[in-house]
Structure formats: structure tokens, C-alpha cells
Design a protein. Sequence first.
Length: 135
Amino acid sequence: WLVPYLLAAGFVAVLVAKRHRKTLRMVARTRARRPNLTESDFIAMLGRDVNAETAEFVWFAMIECLQAWQLTPHPNDHIVKDLPIHEHDLTLDWMPRYAALYGADAKNWPQWPVGWERTVRNFARWLELGLSQQS
């Protein structure tokens, strides 16, 4: 009866190791492609598209996930392809926290616009879009 459990545990261990290796390669590619920004550089770059408060929120939300990888966000990063961030973090955690900061209703947030890449810059723009559409 122990053999099936050991096989299952071994299978899960292999899957976890593969996922971790894939994430390490993604982080290495991202580091090689662009520099790590400072908080002020990030806010200045993103400030061309959104207000400073939104840029600061995005910085701190993303840095929570990226610090362990010694990586900082860049406005042009694709959230899922370039960063070790799960796509569900955007809507299940970060957007409701952002909405709460402004007393907005996260349940009435617009869907992600069709045709928008899932970049850090567009995520910040989507946050502000949601605020602008609150009644």
C-alpha cells in the first residue's frame, strides 16, 4: 500500500523541480534582457501612463513576488512570460487591494481589454481604467 504513495510523491517532486527550473530560466532571461530598476526609476517610467500613486502601488505589489528572485519590475515586462508571477495574482489579490484603497467596488471592475498585452504597464493602466469606470 505504500508504493503508490511513494510513486505519487516522487511524481509531484519531479513536477515541482521542473517548474522551479523553468522559473529560474525565465528569471535569467529577464535579467539578461533588461536592468533591474530602482523604485524611483520604475515610478518615473510608469508615470508617463498612470499617476504616481498607481505606479507606487504596482511597484510594491510586484516587489512582494519578485524580491525572492532578486528581480524588480519593469513597465515593459510581460507579467506571465517575463516574471515569476501567477496571472491570478492580478485579479484575485492585487486588483481588490487597489480598489479598496480608493473605496471602489472590485466586483464592478472591467474585464481586461481585448488586445492589451499582459505587461506591467498595461496592468497599471487597467487599474486606473477600473477606477475611472466606477459610478
